[in-house]
Design a protein around this ligand. Structure first.
Ligand code: GLA
Length: 379
């Protein structure tokens, strides 16, 4: 990202110089899908694609943001936050949550831009939320506490925007460390920064399919998981071990709930194994876990689509790929592949061609670097 361009845009739009630049990244989840709202484990990584804001504090309580990408300007007044239905709802929702928590916010003028593809499952909305939270922290003298800000942002999305997401995306955008993936226990919010094994590339494969109605399918999965947890007599499926799951007869539980639960229980185990494999530099094992995760999301959790399954097959056929899986909520969007670093360029070319041939669609392919969470560029 060229911050000079952002600063120039600010000065030409607002006729004054910006004082602060903040950024917050998108993320790709390496493994641990749909486990966050089951109090389970996840292993995402912040990517080198982000939302950026150049800003200047104001003396009043007005927030005015010019979106460079949408070429529109929008503003709100911190004293009278009312709901609308536009992109500005994300910034507004953060303001609402912070004010509700007792912070007295100061207004600002900002120019915003980003390169996280929207609707692709790479958490472009979490990136906007955390960039705005980082901006308010900088302008209003709030100490930056990544997990706390992630929780405010999740609450903002749940309650103001109305999407019942878990905590993974916001925590990844807030708390990741460069060169590392983030192991997160979604119940305790305990984190561990796990270094990426040397010699591998994380390649994000956008199928270019997007599915509407994701929210209703997502909420339906949540309900099925809760139904299974009730049946097992636990607070969340996190509390059921794989051994216990296999041992117990499940004839009396609705068979769809059995499948959903099997995914969650086995996926939690895979995340723990993946973390160990990463620590041991065992890329082969990590690849196998990627593959098993996808198969479980396809057969038991049923959140893949044809394009994702085709993409994953195409990736797995490539000699230098250790494993591949869908990533994010599913129903469209991206897959992620683990590829030998030396052969990443070759892989990108091959997969683009094979996917085009097999699906008649164009993939967007990104070789991603593990990046830092939300940060202040300068003051
Ligand atoms: C979306 C949600 C996350 C998580 C994933 C699936 O990205 O925002 O909280 O549930 O789906 O793992």
């Amino acid at each position: 990202m060229n911050t000079q361009h952002l600063k120039k845009s600010f000065s030409s739009y607002f006729n004054s110089e910006s004082e602060i630049i903040v950024r917050a990244p998108g993320r790709v989840n390496l493994i641990g899908e749909h486990t966050d709202y089951n109090d389970g484990f996840v292993l995402p990584m912040a990517i080198d694609r982000a939302v950026w804001l150049a800003l200047r504090p104001r003396d009043d309580r007005i927030v005015r943001i010019f979106s460079l990408d949408l070429e529109v300007d929008s503003a709100f007044e911190l004293n009278s936050l009312t709901k609308g239905s536009d992109w500005i709802e994300y910034p507004k929702s953060i303001a609402y949550e912070l004010e509700k928590a007792g912070y007295k916010l100061r207004g600002f003028d900002a120019v915003m831009t980003g390169d996280v593809p929207r609707g692709a499952g790479l958490s472009s909305s979490a990136a906007v939320e955390l960039a705005i939270a980082r901006a308010f922290a900088a302008t209003s003298g709030i100490e930056w506490n990544a997990p706390k800000m992630a929780k405010f942002s999740q609450k903002a999305e749940n309650e103001w925007v109305g999407v019942k997401c878990g905590i993974m995306d916001q925590m990844a955008s807030a708390a990741c460390k460069e060169g590392h993936a983030l192991f997160l226990d979604c119940r305790s919010l305990e984190i561990q920064h796990v270094p990426l094994p040397v010699g591998i590339s994380i390649v994000v494969l956008d199928t270019s399919t997007r599915r509407g109605l994701v929210d209703s399918a997502y909420n339906e999965r949540r309900n099925q998981c809760e139904e299974a947890a009730r049946w097992f007599g636990v607070k969340a499926l996190r509390d059921v071990s794989l051994e216990e799951f296999n041992k117990r007869s499940k004839d009396e539980l609705n068979q769809l709930a059995v499948k959903r639960a099997r995914h969650i229980v086995s996926e939690n185990t895979r995340v723990l194994e993946a973390m160990e494999a990463m620590k041991a530099g065992d890329v082969k094992k990590l690849g196998e876990l990627f593959n098993a995760s996808h198969d479980s999301l396809r057969d038991d959790f049923e959140v893949t689509n044809d394009a994702l399954n085709t993409m994953v097959e195409c990736a797995r056929e490539q000699t230098h790929c250790y494993g591949a899986r869908m990533t994010g909520a599913g129903f469209g969007g991206c897959a992620v592949a683990l590829v030998n670093e030396e052969n990443a360029a070759e892989f990108v070319e091959a997969i683009s061609a094979v996917y085009r041939q097999r699906s008649n669609m164009e993939a967007a392919v990104y070789v991603c670097k593990p990046s830092a969470g939300a940060s202040l560029m300068y003051e």
